[in-house]
Design a protein around this ligand. Structure first.
Ligand SMILES: Nc1ncnc2c1ncn2[C@@H]1O[C@H](COP(=O)(O)OP(=O)(O)OP(=O)(O)O)[C@@H](O)[C@H]1O
Ligand SMILES: [Mg+2]
Length: 346
């Protein structure tokens, strides 16, 4: 005498499952795909907005439980997938289909931009995203060492081929220079170099292109903002006061060039520099605080050895923090794109 559920019953049940970042239910968000009901067996796929979704297991479990509670349901299979949305306007001149461009920036040097950029890229790749990493620091490129890449870049069919390491496609001026060779850039040359890195590199299909910026709020920052509609900036700071003045400047710069600030990362937290400044400045500026990364020998060691700490020693405290930050950045991008998501009212 047990009744069997209809697709409508299942969708109705799934309306109780909310995405906590997007503040809508999974049906309205268009996440429910390939729904099939066969007697008491229900299967469907949740297509999320990023493979790095911080709550993917929770959504999967809530969806499963909501459907399992329906009368007549004996078995529920919930598959997860993700489709990262475009935040760049169509017809942008990038060399490939790049869906989002994220600049990792700071007001001043040596705070850990390259470290955060490299680990963000590697962590997103570990989650299954297609990731690129552009070293925009043409003065002191660090990506080759931190990603462990020693070959020169090569061209093919008029395009520069990115070099891949740890699942990330990378490009750096370092691939074109002899070791230790100094570079001097005038403004227009710098602009042209960044333009080539964006447009003449065969990036292919990318969900996220992470850009490691040189320190400061100068030519490179302006050029990048002119060349591409940035999805957002991640601002890195040390925990103490002097660096906060610089971070305020970096946030101010981002808003001047209409680049949303995805959030602030406080790096090298610990005895030497203290703790809490990043959260304070984020609150003050009304932007999200993405997290604190402790000062740990493993971070420097793995960076020097060419394997980002999230890959080399993923269970260290710093690596855990960086992985959580990567998921939060992905979620912040999805949240920002919320207005572009399909809204299905049934
Ligand atoms: N959380 C951390 N724990 C320990 N060492 C760290 C941490 N973050 C960064 N470092 C080390 O600090 C140094 C500076 O970091 P990094 O090169 O990432 O900074 P940056 O902001 O990119 O510098 P620049 O402005 O010169 O580009 C590196 O040697 C790096 O390994
Ligand atoms: Mg750097």
């Amino acid at each position: 005498m047990s009744s069997t559920p209809t697709k409508e019953d299942v969708l109705e049940a799934l309306r109780s499952v909310q995405d906590p970042d997007l503040h809508r239910d999974v049906v309205a968000l268009g996440f429910v795909q390939d729904l099939a009901v066969c007697g008491g067996a229900v299967r469907f796929r949740l297509e999320l907005t990023t493979p790095a979704c911080p709550v993917k297991e929770r959504l999967q479990e809530e969806a499963r439980a909501a459907v399992a509670a329906l009368p007549g349901v004996e078995r529920v299979d919930v598959e997860l997938s993700a489709k990262v949305r475009d935040s760049l306007p169509e017809g942008n001149a990038l060399g490939g289909h790049v869906r989002n461009v994220v600049a990792v920036t700071s007001g001043k040097g040596g705070v850990g931009k390259s470290t955060v950029a490299v680990n963000l890229a590697a962590a997103l790749a570990l989650e299954g995203a297609r990731v690129g990493l552009l070293d925009a620091d043409v003065y002191g490129p660090n990506v080759p060492v931190m990603m462990g890449i020693r070959e020169p870049a090569r061209g093919r069919d008029g395009k520069l081929q990115p070099l891949t390491a740890h699942g990330v496609k990378t490009m750096s001026i370092g691939y074109m220079l002899e070791d230790g060779q100094p570079v001097m850039w005038r403004g227009p040359m710098l602009h042209r170099a960044l333009q080539q890195f964006l447009q003449d590199v065969d990036w292919g299909e990318l969900d996220y292109l992470i850009v490691d910026m040189p320190p400061g709020t100068g030519d490179a920052q302006l050029s990048l903002a002119q060349l591409v509609a940035l999805t957002g900036a991640v601002v890195v700071t040390l925990p103490q006061e002097v660096s906060l003045t610089d971070v305020r400047r970096a946030i101010g710069m981002a808003s001047q060039v209409s680049c949303p600030v995805l959030g602030v990362v406080e790096n090298m937290v610990g005895d030497a520099f203290g703790e809490g400044g990043g959260r304070k400045v984020a609150e003050e500026a009304g932007v999200p605080f993405l997290g604190a990364v402790p000062m740990e020998g493993a971070v420097r060691r793995s960076g020097d050895a060419g394997t980002p700490v999230v890959v080399a020693e993923p269970e260290t405290e710093a690596a855990r923090a960086l992985r959580a930050i990567a998921r939060d950045v992905a979620a912040a991008i999805s949240t920002q794109q919320r207005r572009d998501l399909p809204v299905m009212e049934v």
